[in-house]
Design a protein around this ligand. Structure first.
Ligand code: PAF
Length: 252
């Protein structure tokens, strides 16, 4: 049975009762898809207990419209959690997660300023701050993050190391649709024409000889490219299709 716990205090009490069990943790903003399911499966294989959190974290949205439009699919999410034998869902509300109303935050000063950080000011402060809070509440043994958000995963791993936090970060390979599009909660916001175009993003970063060539090719196909950048043998892209911002990355 999956229990749903709404406040940090309630969750911590449940967690104290599980003393001695390893906990695999999958933090999410809900709107679960098969990419999340992959994280839950890995967590199930490697731990005694699995915890899922669902919290659409306002502090990581630099664009309020993007926050308002973020899909909410609680009934489906609960079903997926139950199917995947999640032991507990932590499903908090803003005032309980931010009793200080975000006066305190976690900031990284270099890598978080590049790529998505350069285009979404404050985004990674919001991500790192909420993930630090979630780790302190959930006290996981291992936490699972998709490589689609490679910059996010790397920054979280760095935070865990820098603050001597007692858990392991497990990166999980990007799950893709058959046509190559990386699974994302935002894909549901694409109209049918945009959805048909979207796989070009993966094709462009994989097949182009340079970042510049990939950016030009996407712009010509009607994407509005934020960036295509190569760093340390990895090519990162962020581009809009209509109002929907998609990101992806590949090893090069
Ligand atoms: O990747 C996400 O869904 C979010 O950025 C995370 C890690 C749950 C923090 O809000």
């Amino acid at each position: 049975m999956t229990v749903v716990l709404r406040s940090p205090q309630e969750f911590k009490q449940w967690r104290r009762q599980q003393k001695g069990s390893s906990v695999g943790f999958v933090p999410t903003m809900g709107a679960l898809h098969s990419g999340h399911e992959e994280l839950l499966k890995r967590a199930r294989q490697e731990n005694d207990l699995v915890v899922l959190s669902i919290f659409v974290n306002p502090t990581q949205f630099n664009d309020p419209k993007d926050f308002e439009k973020y899909p909410l699919t609680w009934d489906q999410d609960l079903k997926m959690a139950e199917t995947n034998k999640v032991d507990a869902i932590f499903y908090p509300r803003y005032p309980e997660m931010y009793p200080d109303n975000y006066r305190y935050k976690v900031t990284e000063g270099e890598y978080s300023k590049l790529l998505d950080g350069a285009h979404r000011p404050g985004h990674f402060d919001g991500v790192l701050s909420v993930v630090m809070k979630l780790f302190n509440i959930v006290a996981p043994t291992k936490a699972y993050f998709g490589e689609k958000d490679f910059q996010q995963m790397t920054l979280i791993k760095g935070m865990v190391e820098s603050f001597f936090m007692d858990l392991e970060i497990v990166p999980v390979a990007t799950v893709r649709e058959e046509d190559g599009l990386a699974k994302s909660s935002r894909n549901t916001r694409l109209n049918s024409e945009e959805r048909a175009k979207a796989p070009a993003i993966y094709k462009a970063i994989r097949e182009s000889k340079s970042a510049e060539e990939a950016a030009n090719s996407l712009n010509q196909q009607g994407f509005k490219v934020d960036y295509v950048t190569d760093i340390d043998n990895r090519r990162y892209v962020a581009a809009f299709l209509g109002e929907v911002r998609l990101i992806d990355n590949v090893q090069i």
